[in-house]
Design a protein around this ligand. Structure first.
Ligand SMILES: *Cc1c(COP(=O)(O)O)cnc(C)c1O
Length: 367
């Protein structure tokens, strides 16, 4: 193997600018002696809430938990159907199953990889209780239309915002359209902790109060359990780290948008490559993916030249071994995406120069 020139991601480099601040915070929290659900969590919740029009915010242990609790809180009849894209990351689907509900896979738009009202309509029946749109790769679903559709058919919306922090349409941000916005702060996400973390934003006070109890053993008052809850508490250290990194969220987005524009400009008009549809503020480019034939061969050739790429994701949910008994059907759009998708390096650890290099080498391989 040749020397790696451009990694797909380098979290050490991404977090290096925060090293001193995070070290000081760790010290403060260790010395403070309170480690779970304390002042730092409350502060982060407030910071995150302020950036989302003052909606209620709750820190949780992970993005998966945010999705599960975001479904569980509504007490839907067991086995009710939830509409979810056929091409999503497995967490979106697993959350539905873990909430004792039934995932109904809906094919996405082949250009945006997101849901459409047309697709949803095909699967709508009386057992459907919710839509779980996933803002995949960082691009918002057509939320105004989905909200309209949900209202018309009395469906809740649980937004999977794990990849779309602060993407917006008309000033309304990811997670603020639906009944629940579920976020992940896994280290690689646009806003990433240094461990697992997640959050929910929601509009309704009753929903918020119930979620607040659910994340801590269903307890509103210590040792009194109003609900059968969960343990999905957020650590003080992670919350404090997130508050620090949150201050730079716009910088992260601006950087990623700038790099994405370079790819879109450099790789346009190449037959072998399907680029992401151009986008404005509705996209925050968590992932920059292209569709390309002979994906595995191209990936290998790029790696030989020191350019590391990723695949999000190599196998669609309905082909996953652990899900064979639950998911079935024919989903040609999802299958094509999973066969051809390739994620190019795009992170705050990359420079514009890096992106030009990747584009140049990729072009040499396919033209
Ligand atoms: C990362 C991710 C999740 C899960 O988040 P975790 O914090 O890893 O549990 C859910 N949905 C999507 C689309 C994701 O990318």
């Amino acid at each position: 193997m040749s020397k790696v020139i451009i990694p797909y991601e380098d979290l050490k480099k991404v977090n290096a600018p925060y090293f001193d601040e995070l070290s000081a915070i760790s010290k403060r929290i260790i010395e403070g002696g309170w480690y779970v659900l304390g002042k730092a969590v409350a502060e982060f919740e407030l910071d995150f809430s302020k950036l989302h029009g003052g909606q209620y915010c709750l820190g949780l242990a992970s993005g998966l938990d945010a999705l599960i609790l975001g479904l569980v809180v509504f007490d839907f009849p067991k086995g009710s159907k939830v509409l979810v894209p056929s091409n999503t990351y497995i967490a979106s689907i697993l959350s539905i199953i873990r909430a004792d509900l039934t995932p109904v896979l809906v094919e996405p738009d082949p250009k945006t990889y997101n849901l459409t009202v047309g697709g949803l309509t095909q699967h709508l029946d009386k057992d459907c209780v919710a839509i779980l749109p996933v803002h995949l790769y960082g691009r918002l679903n057509p939320m105004p239309e989905l909200v309209e559709f949900a209202k018309e058919h009395n469906l809740k919306i649980i937004e999977d915002c794990a990849q779309s922090h602060f993407a917006e349409i008309g000033g309304v941000k990811s997670g603020m359209f639906g009944d629940i916005g579920a976020f992940s702060f896994y280290p690689t996400k646009n806003l990433g902790a240094l461990g697992d973390a997640g959050a929910i934003i929601c509009k309704d006070e009753e929903v918020y109060l119930k979620l607040k109890a659910l994340r801590n053993y269903g307890s509103e008052k210590k040792y009194f359990n109003k609900y059968m809850g969960w343990n999905s508490r957020l650590d003080e250290i992670q919350a404090a780290f997130l508050s620090v990194k949150l201050k730079d969220y716009q910088k992260v987005i601006d950087h990623k948008r700038k790099l994405a524009e370079i790819y879109l400009h450099e790789l346009i008009g190449i037959d072998a490559i399907q680029l992401p549809a151009p986008a404005g503020t509705e996209h925050v480019w968590h992932i920059f993916n292209i569709l390309i034939k002979d994906r595995d061969y191209i990936k290998e050739k790029l790696a030989e030249k020191g350019i590391i790429t990723e695949v999000h994701y190599p196998l669609p949910p309905h082909f996953q071994e652990g899900y064979r008994t639950i998911l079935s059907g024919y989903f040609p759009i999802a299958e094509k995406i999973h066969q051809e998708t390739l994620s190019l390096p795009l992170s705050t650890c990359h420079s514009e120069e890096n992106i030009w290099q990747v584009s140049k080498i990729l072009k040499e391989l396919v033209i």
